[in-house]
Design a binder for this molecule. Structure first.
Ligand SMILES: Nc1ncnc2c1ncn2[C@@H]1O[C@H](COP(=O)(O)OP(=O)(O)OP(=O)(O)O)[C@@H](O)[C@H]1O
Ligand SMILES: [Mg+2]
Length: 217
């Protein structure tokens, strides 16, 4: 099982955005990262997911320093052991929901048919059966977010990182997505790390980190 160990991570964009942050996310935890707009939440999440490299410090997942991985290995990690959900879903508009969900497998050269049981289970879990053959722009915001989450889960990752999973949703859809994350954490033991503006959303987490000007406060 993979703890995520963040050690002395700093990042500058002209000025320093993250100031030597250190913390550990234990395997199976549900962490909420909160803080004002501009406090560095998305930057931190991107570093934890290997989307951005820190200027100093390290992120180790399951003992592997992700800075030691090549771009290709990082991309593979994001498609396999990590699930990363961007703020604006990132579903591909010209593919159906089913094709979007299966895309990480196809990119990885895996046969989707081998994942049929997992696929069916997750489709039931996320209540997306009725929209599988539809295109993303015909779905509600909540359905699109659930499809993006399902796509990040098809590989059975140990960790899922989400940037504002409820940022674009009304309160009813937001609650459904938060319940889904909570169930994922409890039922499958997936480690969940979410960035959120929402107090209600943050309360679903078990642990919380609050960022203020790039420091844990
Ligand atoms: N690629 C970049 N180039 C330059 N500056 C950046 C870049 N990414 C982030 N920043 C700056 O870093 C700071 C933190 O940005 P970040 O996106 O991490 O904040 P945030 O806490 O996620 O904010 P929000 O809640 O609005 O999403 C901001 O001042 C932002 O302008
Ligand atoms: Mg952000």
């Amino acid at each position: 099982m993979s703890d995520i160990i963040v050690s002395d991570v700093s990042k500058s964009f002209g000025r320093e955005i993250l100031h030597s942050l250190s913390f550990t996310v234990s395997s199976g935890d549900f962490l909420s990262i909160t803080g004002e707009s501009g406090s560095g939440k998305s930057t931190l999440l991107a570093i934890m997911g290997g989307v951005l490299r820190p200027d100093a410090g390290s992120v180790r997942i399951g003992g592997v320093d992700i800075a030691s991985l090549s771009e290709k290995e990082l991309a593979k990690m994001r498609r396999t052991s990590l699930g990363y959900v961007y703020q604006f879903f990132n579903l591909i508009p010209t593919m159906t929901v089913r094709e979007n969900i299966l895309l990480p497998l196809v990119l990885d050269g895996k046969k989707p048919s081998l994942y049929k049981d997992k696929f069916d289970e997750l489709v039931a879990f996320t209540h997306l059966r009725a929209v599988l053959d539809a295109y993303p722009d015909t779905l509600s915001g909540g359905e699109q977010q659930r499809a993006a989450i399902l796509r990040a889960l098809i590989h059975d990752p140990e960790v899922i990182l989400l940037d504002e999973p409820t940022g674009n949703l009304d309160s009813e859809n937001a609650e459904a997505v938060m319940r889904l994350l909570s169930d994922l954490n409890k039922t499958y033991g997936v480690t969940v790390v979410q960035v959120t503006h929402s107090e209600q959303g943050a309360a679903y987490g078990r642990t919380r980190i609050h960022l203020k000007d790039g420091r844990i406060s």
